[in-house]
Write a protein that binds this ligand. Structure first.
Ligand code: PRP
Ligand code: URA
Length: 211
């Protein structure tokens, strides 16, 4: 993987602890959902670090002062279906965030992304769009989803995942060099079936109990 300044790998102990629990094959659906939520919440703090602010006057019980409100609209775009497991966490810290959806699945034979749904808020055109998917494996799904989102006018996009493979980071950074990538962990690589190793298995199956 090329040294890429646009890749942010989380190094907070709380995230490392939770990622380790998430990987464990004995972690059940309930715990997996809770951990995905908690990691996404902690990562939401990092992905929104550069949000634009505007001055806002507020009257405290003592005096008037000028503070800040967030200026940009934030649009969350989970890649169906596993990205859904990350949405509620970010909405809990940004209750006004808009939410769009991109439906993609990896063809099990070709591992190429197949689109089946795309519905986005118009605010992707001038807000910050955060694309959510727990797994960045070959990078095909993320790159295709961001293609669709850009076709609908989005300019300021970040990609947030729980586990990334170096191969996926490379593909996504080449396809969309303007998109910053945030991952809770960067793994060793992909196996012969394009699953991330050590990874956590199939994120959608583990989130929704479809194993
Ligand atoms: C998983 C995952 C990503 C994709 C990553 O979804 O949630 O969207 O694979 O793989 P890639 O980087 O090689 O494209 P999957 O296709 O299993 O669909 P699902 O969410 O419906 O289970
Ligand atoms: N999709 C997953 O859910 N897991 C992987 O390891 C790769 C793609």
């Amino acid at each position: 993987m090329e040294n890429n300044a646009k890749v942010h790998i989380m190094d907070h102990p709380l995230i490392k602890d939770k990622v380790t629990r998430l990987r464990d094959k004995n972690t059940n659906v309930k715990e997996f959902r809770e951990l995905a939520y908690e990691i996404s919440l902690l990562m939401g703090y990092e992905t929104t670090r550069n949000l634009e602010l505007e001055p806002h006057e507020v009257e405290t019980p003592l005096t008037k002062t000028v503070g800040s409100y967030i200026k940009q609209t934030v649009c969350l775009v989970p890649i169906l279906r596993a990205g859904l497991g990350m949405v509620d966490a970010i909405v809990s810290i940004m209750p006004s965030a808009k939410v769009g959806h991109v439906g993609l699945y990896r063809d099990p034979v070709t591992v190429q992304p197949v689109e089946y749904y795309c519905k986005l808020p118009v605010e992707v055109q001038d807000g910050l769009t955060i694309v959510l998917d727990p797994m960045l494996a070959t990078g095909g799904s993320a790159a295709a989803a961001i293609d669709f989102i850009k076709q609908r006018g989005a300019k300021d996009i970040k990609f947030m995942c729980l586990i990334a493979a170096p191969e996926g980071v490379e593909v996504l950074s080449k396809a969309h060099p303007d998109v910053e990538i945030y991952c809770a962990a960067l793994d060793e690589g992909l196996n012969d079936h394009c699953y991330i190793v050590p990874g956590l298995g199939d994120a959608g199956d583990r989130l929704f109990g479809t194993l």
